[in-house]
Design a protein around this ligand. Sequence first.
Ligand code: UDP
Length: 192
Amino acid sequence: MKEQFLGVDVSSHSYERLKQNVLDDINEKRQSFIVAINPEKILKAQEDQDLKALLNKATYQIPDGVGVLLASKLNKGGIKERVTGIDMLLTLCEQAADNGKSVFLYGAKPGVAEEAKDKLIEQYPNLHVAGVLDGYEKDEQKVIQTINESGADILFVALGSPRQEYWIVDHMKELNVSIFQGVGGSFDVISG
Ligand code: UDP
């Protein structure tokens, strides 16, 4: 279920439905890719067709920004809840903790993902963080191998947008991860 704004797709599932879909994807071993869409990204995509195609490649485009809700309302659409990238990250961690799934934190400056991991475990004590890796590791093969060896179900990629989204699309096939989400500066925010 999608609505389009200036050629950019946004998922119109309720948040509850989205959460269930993601859990089903993990259990049924389907790969899916989550991207947060805000008006800034929609405008950027007007001048960048590659970016527009990339955003539309995602499985779930979450409505991050009241501007998207307003546009949906004006188009008589059905998107009613704003879901920020960080909300989605926290929800996925909660779901992972409740359902025995694991997460991997990739990106941000050395030490930041480790601190974010500690904060997330404080909040969700049952959360299994399968691994962390900073976003300045140059050896791509090492990155792929470390993530694959961790056995993580969910991968958060914090390399900044749209680099993280290009990275996800370029490497999805090589990774045995089910859910991919580009999370921008979220590890910096969570680590405090
Ligand atoms: N980053 C990274 N590797 C790089 C460049 C950036 O890991 O080569 C990280 C950076 O440390 C920060 C995040 O990517 O944690 C980008 O955050 P920003 O808030 O700029 O992203 P946005 O949310 O605007 O996409």
